[in-house]
Design a protein around this ligand. Sequence first.
Ligand code: AMP
Length: 357
Amino acid sequence: MRQRWFVPERSGILSLEGAAAPYAAIWGRDVLTARLYPKYAATPTAGVHPATPQSFPRKYIFYGIIMTLSKETRIIRDAKELSAFVKSVKHDNKTIGLVPTMGYLHEGHLSLIRAARAKADVVIVSDFVNPTQFGPSEDYATYPRDEQADLAKVQSCGADILFIPTVETLYPNGQGSTWVEVQNLGNILCGASRPGHFRGVATVVTKLLWLSQADYAFFGEKDYQQLTILRRMAQDLGCPTEIIGMPLVREPDGLALSSRNVRLSPDARKQALSLSRGLKKARALFGQGCRDAQKLIAEAQSEIAAQPDTEIQYISLAHPDTLELYTQQVPDQVMMLMAVKVGGVRLIDNMRMDERC
Ligand code: AMP
């Protein structure tokens, strides 16, 4: 059954249906009620709630979307300006959702922004290519960037702020003055081939959490190890922000969305599909009852190694919460994680395997 959403409207309740409806409903609620019905805007929870379905004019879906699109996202580059904004939001007792990104946004990022839009009163997206998480021979200088395109996308998702700091803003005393490091978890999997990477991530996310005073921060399961490390960090530091993980978003053909995909040649892109194919084959084997880690890994490995321009950095099986690695028997819930260079472009992917397989 298709889910219906309900929004307060002039004549009572506006009922929306279909894939775009949740977003139209949520954004339409915010913008429509604030502009046309201040009395509803005063009670922010009045927006989406079940009610008796009524017939509705379809034009209101477009109305809601158009009004949402017209909602301006403000760019902030300065830390003090962001702090002043955050202070005013907190003064109004509103909640803040933060979505940290390195920009060059795609649907994976946008899924996080929409989740933040649905959960928090105010949404801050950060767009910062963080130098301290790149190794000396990595692609910091050539990491894809497109500020204008990012602004348009962030705006289409109804975010309030796009925070684009300079390196000097986030590292006022130079890089490496203060670090946040999650021991052990940061040294395995991607951490083994990218020493210092997760220290850079944890440090910059800590800075962003401090600056934004976020109630919620959203991260994708695409970077599963990163999400696990940030959860641990927040727990260890007693951070008041709730860390929320969101599902990995893929292209229809299975390729995990990534800003780096733009660097894949057409041929490398075809070869890159072997990652998700390998994961699915391993998951199918798991579904048939196989719990032998080496056999599961070999299943994925053979699919990827069959491509001429692939270089496997690791394929591992790990506990979904602790990332404890399994080399023999795996339990009934396990994550398969991998990093593979395809045509020189480093890609990561992962898949959960559990009793539902
Ligand atoms: P990045 O810009 O690559 O640092 O990513 C910013 C955030 O977007 C991180 O939390 C990522 O996990 C998340 N993200 C990137 N790609 C995807 C994807 N395909 N699906 C879901 N989340 C993603």
